[in-house]
Design a protein around this ligand. Structure first.
Ligand code: GRF
Length: 223
């Protein structure tokens, strides 16, 4: 039996990205299991989702302590739980360079825009406000700059007439729920190699041939 990758998820909000990982894992689509969920927000619904699935859930309070201390607490949880891959799934706090360096190559993130455009917390709204005709989402290894590290997968979504920020965000989110678990599975299969700014994806099985793809979405190589 393949040894399953042990995942630590960082999430601040509703946790639908987290849910997509849990679901893909429970359906046997990934050789990976969520072992811990950590949030900087005590009310994050992501923590409730974890509990429902009997996954350890931790609120690590960022208030009234230094950033290093907050991250040391997170780090301790990740290490004690022998985490192999840390996933930012809607984690809204910026991680310090020290934390990112420690986990470099084992720390990924999802961003709701086609990087390097529209970095920051409102990628969907910023893209729409700029007047783009196509947006999408990106998974990438995290580095010391926000929304900057080597890109793993991207998927493009058309902006529709009448889209507002929330309509576009929800169509992008649906695709996030596909490329995030897929990215984790590529990592689990050892198919990702960082070469400078680029990520080489070793050829292999494609999810396009196995699972449903969404109409009008362009998936990058490796999906
Ligand atoms: C996603 O769009 C993610 O890309 C962004 O925050 C959102 C999180 O959604 N950074 P959820 O909390 O997983 O539902």
């Amino acid at each position: 039996m393949v040894k399953k990758l042990r995942l630590g998820i960082l999430a601040s909000g509703t946790g639908t990205d987290l849910q997509s990982i849990i679901d893909a894992s429970e359906k046997g689509m990934m050789d990976a299991e969520v072992k811990v969920v950590i949030s900087d927000n005590k009310d994050a619904y992501a923590l409730k989702r974890a509990e429902k699935h009997k996954i350890k859930a931790f609120f690590v309070d960022p208030k009234s302590k230094k950033k290093e201390e907050h991250e040391q607490e997170i780090n301790k949880i990740l290490e004690e739980n022998e985490i192999d891959l840390v996933v930012g799934a809607g984690y809204m706090k910026i991680l310090s360079p020290g934390f990112v360096r420690k986990w470099y190559g084992k720390l990924i993130n999802i961003h709701p825009a086609l990087l390097p455009s529209f970095k920051g917390p409102n990628g969907q709204g910023d893209a729409l406000g700029y007047g783009v005709k196509i947006s999408g989402c990106t998974t990438h290894f995290m580095d010391e700059e926000m929304d900057h590290g080597p890109i793993i997968l991207q998927a493009a979504v058309k902006v529709q007439p009448g889209d507002d920020r929330d309509k576009l965000a929800s169509r992008i989110l649906e695709v996030e729920h596909q490329i995030l678990p897929r990215t984790i599975q590529l990592f689990a299969e050892g198919r990702l190699k960082i070469v400078g700014r680029k990520v080489e994806i070793r050829k292999g099985e494609s999810w396009k041939n196995k699972y449903k793809v969404l109409p009008d979405v362009l998936y990058s190589e490796g999906y």
